[in-house]
Design a protein around this ligand. Sequence first.
Ligand code: GLC
Length: 704
Amino acid sequence: MNINSVVSKMTLKEKAAQLTQIQLHKDNYEAVCELVKKEAIGSVIVAANLTAGNTDRTVITMAQINHIQKIAMQNHGVPILFGHDVIHGHRICWPIPLALSAAFNPELVKESYTYIAEEAKNDGINWSFAPMLDVSRDPRWGRIIEGPGEDPYLGEKMAEAVVKGFQGDGDSINIAACAKHYIGYGASEGGRDYHKAEISDYSLRNFYLRAFRSAVRSGAATVMNSFNEISGQPTASSKYLLTDVLRGELGFEGFVISDWAAISQLVRQGVVENEKEAACKSINAGLDMDMTDNCYFNYLEELINENRVAVETVDLSVKRILSIKEKMNLFDEPYFEEKPYSKEKHRVSAREAARESIVLLKNENNILPLDKNSTVCVMGDMSLDKRAVLGSWSLDFDIDETVTIYDGIKSKCKSCLYFDCLTPKDATMDEMSQTDVIIVVLGESDKITGEANSISGIELNEHQKFIIKSAKRTGKKVIGVLAFGRPRALYDVIDDLDAVLYVWHGGSQIGNATADIIFGDFSPCGRLPVTMPRVTGQIPIYYNCPPSCRDEDGYYDKSLWKPNYWDVDSSPLYPFGYGLSYTKFTYSDIKADVTKLTLQEIEKGKGFIISVRVKNMGAVASKEVVQLYIRDCVSFMTRPIKELKGFDKIYLLPDEEKTVNFHIGFEELAYYGQSGQLCVEKGDFKIFIGENCLVKRSITISVI
Ligand code: GLC
């Protein structure tokens, strides 16, 4: 396929059409068929309306999609990309991405997305608008549930896992991935959606850019811009971000698609007068494809004829898009075909992912796991829920696949009483008092998480607090099973709960996974990908903050003249990387193969090998996330008090011991410093290895 010759034969109108993505749903199928016959449309997004995959949409069948593709091939010879928001499943639902990040298991995530790709492709989708890589420190923001949490390194690993899960490992592309939202969307002020993000270039590079750099290095076919502006410039019209940084620095060679109507929204952001000017600014900034507002389709030809846009600029965008279509082999095999897959294998994978993502936050006197001969009482607003537990971006899922938390628990214990707290009856209270333990299952609707679903406070609501207090009043032990998408502030309820399992919006298999852990068939091994504040007022609060002039260790010093509050303990309720298991691990013998390397050696690829012995001291086999953090002791610009630069999830039998090794070289020690480029500075680095970001045990290595 000679792409240059294909482009050279295209008219300006055909080129503008190729840079256009239109919307397809049941009510406009015929119109789309007519339009595709006339115009060389580049892509179709299968979606109902503004929040696309997040609102009820009637299924467009694969046969209909193939029919549209046939019209395109017969009339223009250029295949169409069919895009959709396949964020954490398609028919079967895996846990939300924030929960998958809590698994700290990139291999498991990659496998999950190879299965998700099977489901999507069997439904006529060959382009997914995922992974969402917006690092975020604000749980008020509904979209924190779609991303990797607060840490850039974890974001890098999730980016690679999802891109390779969707696209495959080689050069050819199975389903095109889309690294989004480029860039800084997770810093939206006040956790409001679509809003201003005040980010310094230092933070942009060291916190928000890294996951996108990893996605590009993993071969991401596409990138999507973000709705926010940074330092006065909306990303949709920022040549600096879309061309100089994304292409010039990261070497991105795929194509950039706008977020939904982001080009025409430049008018509302006040940086252009009208949609024609918006088209001019965006195409010249390096935004290749226009999602659903037809600015390119309507104005590019005119802008070229007015010499306001060079035809070479448009040709370059068209070539980028055709190159991806060629890598996907769409010119030779443009049509979808049924490829049967094992639903059972997908269920097993979704259950494994849900189990590994669940975080045990509290386990007073080791009340968990419960004996299967227990008589338990289940109560709370999420006990019987089949929908909300699937989380946001989940309207394609087969809701009958959901195993509710009550059903999961009921299937594993001797006797399980469900107490409907909405209509409490005295008799039931007596029955409750006959049970051994009470399991309170609470959560939030999927409708207040995800896009355009931010909340101003993350405390539990009064009814939820009433349920916990009611359970407590029985004098029984109370286990909290919390099915929220985002972190919630548990400060005023945590003391009433003897144990707390954070099961997130854990997907179709949430019930089985939760019961596997409650009854000890699986030892919990999830770790927090995001800090859990005590109260909303602490936001933003995150582990990788810089040392302050009064406290070089973050938020834990409670004495006077420190960066803390008078009205609440300033430290997190639970920190990044934290999570309990049913056993205890000890760490010993941290050492480096060498303690000094020259800067030249590091820059030439040499690194330190850091090793640690980990032992399972308990009676239960379990997985442990061995975490490595660095601290650059003295640097030209401030560096975080800790930075995650390695993790390894290991499985140890009781009494088993293992040596874990980490390679620490340029990639791990470098930061975007004074020059704005990645660099390693000479000096000492502390290396911490342990079970979460509060770890104290460390050794020192030096770059000389
Ligand atoms: C939405 C979201 C984006 C999604 C796109 C298409 O507005 O911001 O994440 O992929 O539109 O549905």
